[in-house]
Design a protein around this ligand. Structure first.
Ligand SMILES: NC(=O)c1ccc[n+]([C@@H]2O[C@H](COP(=O)([O-])OP(=O)(O)OC[C@H]3O[C@@H](n4cnc5c(N)ncnc54)[C@H](O)[C@@H]3O)[C@@H](O)[C@H]2O)c1
Length: 477
């Protein structure tokens, strides 16, 4: 095996506004998806040590000093994520909060990578200043704090972590099902007020009851497994036909589910079709004395109609975690000014109201830190865009020890003829693999070429930069 070469100070510095980096140990890290991480990977959720991140025997080139990669992490990104980035040798600067826009602009000019949560707004105005930025990590679920389209047009990939908290939500629902069936929160509130009220009427075991899951995706399917193991029979309705886990059974339509389920739990995305998915009509179709649980999105249930259905006794209990309007921060904001029916909801018996905490656990935060950081590392080191929300998805295969390839990443405008132009420029080298995908106006070309001498890389880079379709060029070697 040829020993790693260090040509820092030559090419890495001579090519400005681009990034020369290397396939490094991240090539061989576990897949970025939390779902695929090996069981027991999270050795310590508090310290963030990640057993799964140790490198396998692999090609570990370090042809540039990884200290050249500057990372800015805002809003107290979980330590698990910070550690992964530091282990790569990147220069990582962390801040507990977000930064005022002028300070943000000052800082962002200098970095290749930024990690944020929901408070930092990466608008076109801010991103225009981010001349060196190649990738944004949203260490959260949503990405609407980033101007995704503008970022893509600048060749800046954006990653998030949409599914790291699925298990947390599913577990909460299990807790809610039992709590509702036993009227647990009412009994607890009564005793807090000194009232001893020992009752069994209207309190049930969940064993043998039917759970109807609406939306059998990441959360719905996790819930299905947990509920079955508690002795429930599970039916589900999803717009996509899919095989149930265990003995869970898909039903043909929502009405069939509402007709059969003792507990209905909603796990659909927010879309025009899911607005008021459960309204007056649907509540009427539910079984008498059944329960409704919504941990999905606030718009999915007509809460005014739910108030009526609970007052009439049709619905025996409900757990609501999400609302059409939610306060921006913690405080006593949950009132009628926010949503007109708030007081009515609060006055009901056997209703669990929680402040959008379905996915809020230490484990979820830790998993988000790992998933997003791994995506960032894979993008910086190997050019893989799998999981990016604003870029065409291209996976990058690991290189074997004896594969001395140069990897060219050419992000370009999605216009005809680009592939031919790129291949003309690389024609004297052997193309080992090539992958091009487009998304809207942006296309992403990743190609591995061999027989490239070190002294040829700069010219190759420059010739790609000179193409009219160019958004951003990166050469990884
Ligand atoms: N309460 C919280 O803190 C919290 C945390 C995470 C996710 N969520 C929300 O939970 C919901 C589900 O998340 P997920 O990760 O399981 O999503 P997912 O995308 O993995 O699954 C959603 C499923 O719903 C199905 N679906 C879409 N439209 C439907 C319709 N009209 N009827 C029936 N099925 C439909 C899809 O086919 C998919 O299988 C989302 O709305 C998400 O925002 C809430």
């Amino acid at each position: 095996m040829t020993p790693p070469k260090d040509i820092v100070g030559t090419l890495a510095r001579s090519v400005s506004n681009s990034l020369n980096s290397s396939p490094s140990l991240a090539f061989h890290s576990p897949p970025s998806s939390f779902r695929n991480a090996p069981p027991g990977s999270f050795t310590d959720g508090r310290t963030g040590s990640y057993a799964g991140s140790s490198p396998a025997a692999s090609k570990q080139l370090k042809p540039f000093n990884t200290k050249d990669i500057k990372v800015l992490l805002l809003e107290n990104v979980n330590q698990t994520g910070v550690e992964i980035l530091k282990k790569q040798g990147y220069q990582v600067e962390t801040f507990k909060g977000s930064l005022p826009e002028d300070q943000l602009i000052e800082k962002i000019r200098d970095v290749q990578v930024i990690g944020i949560r929901s408070k930092t707004k990466l608008t076109e105005r801010v991103l225009k200043e981010a001349q060196n930025l190649i990738v944004i990590g949203c260490f959260c679920i949503g990405t609407n704090q980033v101007d995704l389209q503008y970022a893509a047009q600048q060749g800046i990939a954006v990653f998030n972590s949409p599914f790291s908290n699925s298990r947390s939500v599913a577990e909460l629902v299990i807790g809610e099902i039992i709590a509702l069936a036993r009227q647990l929160t009412d009994r607890s509130m009564e005793l807090h007020q000194g009232v001893w009220n020992k009752v069994s009427k209207g309190c049930w075991e969940i064993r043998g009851k039917t759970l109807g899951i609406v939306g059998y995706g990441h959360i719905g399917s996790q819930l299905s497994v947990l509920a079955e193991s508690m002795g429930m029979s599970v039916i589900y309705y999803d717009v996509v036909a899919m095989m149930g886990l265990g003995i869970a059974r898909q039903v043909a339509n929502l009405d069939e589910l509402l007709d059969q389920a003792d507990f209905v739990s909603l796990h659909v995305p927010e879309k025009p079709e899911t607005k008021n998915l459960i309204g007056k009509k649907e509540l009427e179709k539910m079984k008498d004395g059944s329960y409704l649980i919504n941990n999905a999105r606030g718009q999915v249930v007509d809460l005014a109609a739910l108030v009526e259905a609970m007052r009439s006794g049709k619905i025996a209990g409900a757990a609501i975690d999400v609302y059409p309007n939610e306060p921006a921060g913690n405080g006593d904001y949950f009132n009628n000014e926010l949503n007109t029916w708030t007081k009515d909801l609060q006055s009901l018996k056997n209703i669990i109201l929680t402040p959008h905490i379905g996915g809020s656990t230490e484990e979820a935060q830790s998993a988000i830190g790992i998933e997003v950081s791994q995506s960032l590392v894979r993008y910086v080191n190997e050019g893989a865009t799998v999981g990016a929300v604003n870029m065409p998805e291209v996976n990058a295969r690991s290189l074997a020890l004896d594969e001395n390839f140069v990897r060219v990443v050419y992000i370009h405008r999605n216009v005809p003829g680009v592939l031919r132009q790129v291949n003309t420029l690389t024609h004297q080298h052997n193309i080992e693999s090539q992958n091009v995908t487009s998304k809207g106006e942006v296309a992403y070309l990743l190609t591995d070429i061999s027989d490239v001498k070190e002294e040829e890389i700069k010219d190759l880079f420059q010739s790609l930069e000179d193409l009219p379709s160019r958004i951003r060029t990166r050469v990884l070697y």
